[in-house]
Design a binder for this molecule. Sequence first.
Ligand code: NAD
Length: 489
Amino acid sequence: MDLQPIFIAGRWRTGRGEEMVSRYPADGREIARLNAASLEDVEEAIGAADRAWRDPQWRGRLPHERATILYRVSELIVAQQEELARLQSLDNGKPLAETRGLVASAAATARYFAAACEVLEGELPTPRSAAVMTLSEYEPLGVVAAITPWNSPIASEMQKVAPALAAGNAVILKPAEATPLMALKLAELFEQAGLPAGLLSVLPGKGSVVGEAIARHHAVRKISFTGGTRTGRHLAAIAAGRLIPTSLELGGKSPTIVLADADLEQAARGISYGIYSSAGQACIAGARLFVQRECYQALVARVAELARGLRVGSPFAADTHLGPLISPAHRASVAAYVELAKKEGGRVLVGGEAPADSALANGSYYLPTLIEGLNNQAQVCQEEIFGPVLVAMPFDDEEELIALANDSVYGLAAGIWSRDFPRALRLARALEVGTVWINTYKTFSISTPFGGFKDSGLGREKGLQGIKAYMQQKSIYLGLSGQSNLWSD
Ligand code: NAD
């Protein structure tokens, strides 16, 4: 198999770091072989990025000219959407229906930030009576490090690359070890769309080597990270030492709440999708289910029935609901959590093992799993499993519910199912999370800010503010009184 080149400082060439192998999680087959970036490659890419964003040819471009590149990328993505979705399914094993959605979302994100770039304005925060006029302008930060996980490559990468470039920065993208192919494909699309050389480099490699070197580099002026909380905390410490901003999209253990007045069928379907889509490998997976006692039996029985009916299989089969987990090691970790749940007193109602189907034996598959009999203090209710494992718990009153739902180090998202909107809104306000879905789950809009409370992160992506997260404000004073300073006459 030919070595896949990587994209360094506007050139495609073999990395000078260690060899990496990309595998198809459905059968473990090798799909690409590449050399990671070396520390010299990191140096070269960041040096080129630092020159590229300062280059008057780029800095002097009008917003609509920068936007044109993003519009072109969006069109290129749409033109190749099926091929891109297939590549992503091969790279991380998500079913095609999901990767098609992620590709469409990446195209929409590029369009959105192209438009945001065109309409972004400075401010005139001048007090009326002042002897000065003040202007406040937004400038790029410089070189931005974008470090991403493996679960939604093209979408999470575009969520960083598009606003950062729209804002006039250069970007060094470090994709996850398991999924370098989508990031490299994205670089190809930006190159085709006419992005000047050096403004985007894609440097695959180990987080502890390549990611670490990028984050510590003196020319990097922001770290935009999506991934696990432990890594996020480590990167925040590096950023604090260097006094540079970070944005951190981290892990979760999101509660889903069903009130007795809910449409139970709608709730059960939403809950099933919220935890089992992406085989639970989603930061926002609704992993803790709190159900009002009156409807607990009925709701849990229906979720169990739906879970048993989900089809686990090839990412490329049209009727697949759950593809494989990303790797054998990750499946072993998910399985170990289920064993732990049993030791903690949990009863496995559905799943709790790999599928018996011999056709799936070589893939990292795991059945949708539903557990009850635990309380929220159990380790499996406190730690992120990142797999298709749901724990159901009954509750009696609202105060107890709020305390249980908030009893987590995480605060990414929550779901509420109820026909009583005032009550649901009251609950939404009481939950310590960045996103609340009421009578829906895992729906997204690019114009709505996204991010976590507590250990789930810092900062927000998306929305019109999303572009400003990659800029710094400069205020300029114009003297109007003719007086040069307080000592003047
Ligand atoms: P991870 O933290 O292990 O890795 C994420 C990225 O960080 C990878 O590219 C990795 O190589 C890099 N990295 C690791 N150590 C590093 C270091 N020392 N310096 C620099 N970079 C380093 O996470 P993962 O296992 O790839 O992804 C799963 C996690 O991501 C889950 O916790 C999930 O909840 C979280 N996630 C969060 C969001 C969100 O928006 N909040 C979205 C998707 C995934």
